[in-house]
Design a protein. Structure first.
Length: 146
């Protein structure tokens, strides 16, 4: 099973690539949600998934596919870009701070029609600083049209 290149490729395509591509297509076609708690989700991920493997020294990787437009009761990025330095001074930062030490993160940055005011270089810079502050290494930000 593992030595037959054709079977390995077929298994990878059917079990991983095709379902992932289908889910990505579905996600990119849907409208943004009323609530998008990205900060809260990353905080929970740090606690539930990554901290558990910290002592085992298992490589930890995160691939995040998102428009990165945080929108929750405590903080929203839809009103326009803000700097991470300003956010770091807020009470919301203390509530949502994530621990992602040793995590290698890759972001597929989904650009949304109508969100040009909120997205862009300043917005990406916010998230670069966010991941650095959380202890993660942001290895790549890839722009994806959505």
């Amino acid at each position: 099973w593992t030595h037959n290149k054709r079977l390995v490729e077929k298994h990878w395509e059917e079990q991983f690539h095709a379902p992932l591509a289908s889910k990505l297509d579905e996600m990119l076609l849907t409208n943004p949600r009323d609530s998008s708690p990205i900060l809260e989700s990353l905080q929970a991920l740090g606690v539930v998934a990554f901290r558990r493997h910290e002592a085992l020294e298992i490589p930890r990787h995160l691939i995040l596919i998102s428009d990165l437009l945080q929108n929750s009761g405590g903080y929203s990025q839809y009103s326009g870009p803000s700097t991470f330095a300003d956010f770091r001074k807020s009470a919301q930062y203390l509530k949502t701070r994530a621990e992602l030490q040793g995590v290698k993160a890759e972001v597929w940055y989904v650009r949304r029609d109508g969100a040009q005011r909120a997205q862009g270089r300043t917005h990406v810079l916010f998230w670069e600083e966010y991941f650095r502050d959380a202890g993660a290494e942001l290895t790549r930000v890839k722009s994806v049209e959505g």
